[in-house]
Design a protein around this ligand. Structure first.
Ligand SMILES: [Mn+2]
Length: 477
């Protein structure tokens, strides 16, 4: 106990020292260039840093990239600005070095696994201190708070980044240092925590039966994957589903008593089908400063809006929204969200209609160039509960601008992760074998491999998954 305590303290001191050094580095800079990722975490990270830096009256420019690779590096300016690589960079330090950037012009703010590198780039990375449930936006926020302790209005953006990067997924809520950031948002007044809320996507925008019918975490027999059945289920309960004007209520608008009735009925439904009830409730994060019934109203829907902007090549629209712009930027984001959803729906239909190839421990499909590679992972995740959910799913896709490369996206669920599956490990190992590269998280990972090596790669991933399932089985006994 004493050992654990002292270790924890040492870790915290180290992390705080790195945050302090990053903050000092920024406030000493003449100008700053931020290079960030196009997903919700990358966009919110950029918005936190850029606002914190602008408040210090330091000129700042931002560049968004889909991934840090040689082509993207060409957009990184060769000037005397401080280059902050955010939500990326830790794993691409050799590339930064090859680009000719020296240690005195680079700062990395990341939460991905670090790559050893000859140049000693300054970095602040929560992973180095054993903090695995925090995204880059969380780290960026802590840096911003070091720059100016009154910047707690930015905690809201960190919550969006953390939720967007699935940091709340495993434990049905944010934990550890990421949870402490939530408290800053509560204190400022732009975040409300609902501690035991329904664990369901769309609580601010979707009619309740759509919300439940589209949800598969937890999978509820007779409700998940069927909005019609969900509606029938709800109609049997004595609860108000519509407002006085006849419009459908969203979960946020349902009365406290009706929420209790619904949750208790859903619990019974889970128990009746022998399923665990522990994922039915989750901590959710509502933003009282945003209009009701919009995707801006809670962290997970806000994150989807930002992802839609990023994946359809408009990360800067997302970044403007994070800075509080509405009007034109918000309208544009709304179009992208609608487009995003319809293409994902098409992809899902394609996967289910075409069918997947099954191996002993996984399933896969090659969508070639039919869908943008930026969304195939999302489609894979959505298809999983409609297929054999025990087997992790892989989607192979072509890259339009790089014909020699195949992109791999893989998804699994908590059930498999609890049984030892680690997709980040599987894809990193198997892609290295064929001369590619991969990484990510246990539950969701990706890779790039040379075209033509797909078959051996898929076999190799299957073998690794077999070992992961088997090894964890032994640990249990
Ligand atoms: Mn991230």
């Amino acid at each position: 106990m004493v050992y654990w305590y002292s270790q924890r303290t040492t870790m915290e001191m180290g992390f705080n020292r790195d945050l302090r050094r990053a903050a000092d580095r920024i406030t000493d800079a003449g100008t700053v260039t931020i290079i960030s990722h196009i997903d919700a975490d990358g966009i919110s990270t950029e918005a936190i840093l850029a606002q914190a830096i602008a408040r210090e009256e330091i000129p700042v420019e931002s560049i968004f990239v889909r991934q840090l690779e040689p082509m993207a590096m060409r957009h990184v300016p060769r000037d005397d600005s401080l280059k902050i690589f955010a939500d990326l960079g830790a794993g691409q330090q050799n590339l930064i070095e090859e680009h000719g950037l020296s240690a005195d012009e680079v700062l990395i703010i990341d939460h991905h696994v670090s790559q050893p590198c000859g140049t000693d780039y300054q970095q602040v990375n929560c992973l180095d201190y054993g903090i695995t449930r925090m995204s880059a936006a969380g780290v960026a926020y802590l840096v911003a708070k070091m720059i100016d302790p009154t910047s707690i209005d930015l905690a809201k953006l960190a919550v969006i980044g953390n939720v967007g990067d699935m940091m709340a997924r495993e434990h049905c809520g944010l934990v550890g240092p990421a949870r402490e950031i939530v408290q800053d948002g509560v204190e400022y007044g732009n975040v409300i925590v609902r501690e035991r809320d329904l664990n369901c996507y769309g609580v601010s925008t979707r009619p309740l039966h759509i919300c439940l019918g589209y949800n598969d975490d937890p999978y509820i027999d007779g409700i998940s994957n069927s909005p019609n059945a969900a509606l029938q289920f709800l109609e049997r309960l004595d609860v108000e589903l519509k407002n006085p004007q006849g419009g459908w209520l969203v979960w946020e608008e349902v009365t406290f008593d009706d929420k209790r009735t619904i949750i208790s009925a859903l619990t019974q439904q889970l128990i009746a089908h022998g399923r665990e009830v522990d994922r039915l409730l989750s901590e959710t994060y509502i933003f009282p400063d945003e209009p009701e019934r919009t995707p801006l109203r809670n962290a997970s829907e806000y994150a989807t809006l930002l992802n839609a902007c990023g994946r359809w090549a408009k990360p800067k629209v997302g970044a403007r929204i994070c800075r509080g712009e509405r009007g034109e930027a918000y309208r544009e984001a709304g179009f992208m969200l609608a487009h995003h959803r319809s293409v994902i729906r098409d992809l899902l239909t394609y996967i289910l209609d075409t069918g997947v190839a099954e191996l002993s421990h996984m399933q896969y499909i090659n969508t070639a160039d039919r869908f943008p590679d930026t969304i195939v992972g999302i489609g894979a995740g959505m298809a999983l509960s409609k297929l054999d959910w025990r087997k992790p799913i892989m989607v192979l896709a072509a890259l339009v601008d790089e014909p020699d490369v195949t992109k791999i996206s893989m998804r699994t669920n908590q059930w498999a992760v609890a049984r030892g599956v680690d997709l980040q490990e599987a894809l990193a190992l198997a892609s290295a074998e064929v001369g590619g590269a991969g990484g990510g998280h246990k539950i969701a990972a990706g890779a790039f491999i040379p075209r033509g090596r797909e078959e051996e790669f898929v076999d190799s991933v299957n073998r690794i998954l077999e070992r992961q399932f088997a090894t964890a089985g032994q640990d249990d006994s």
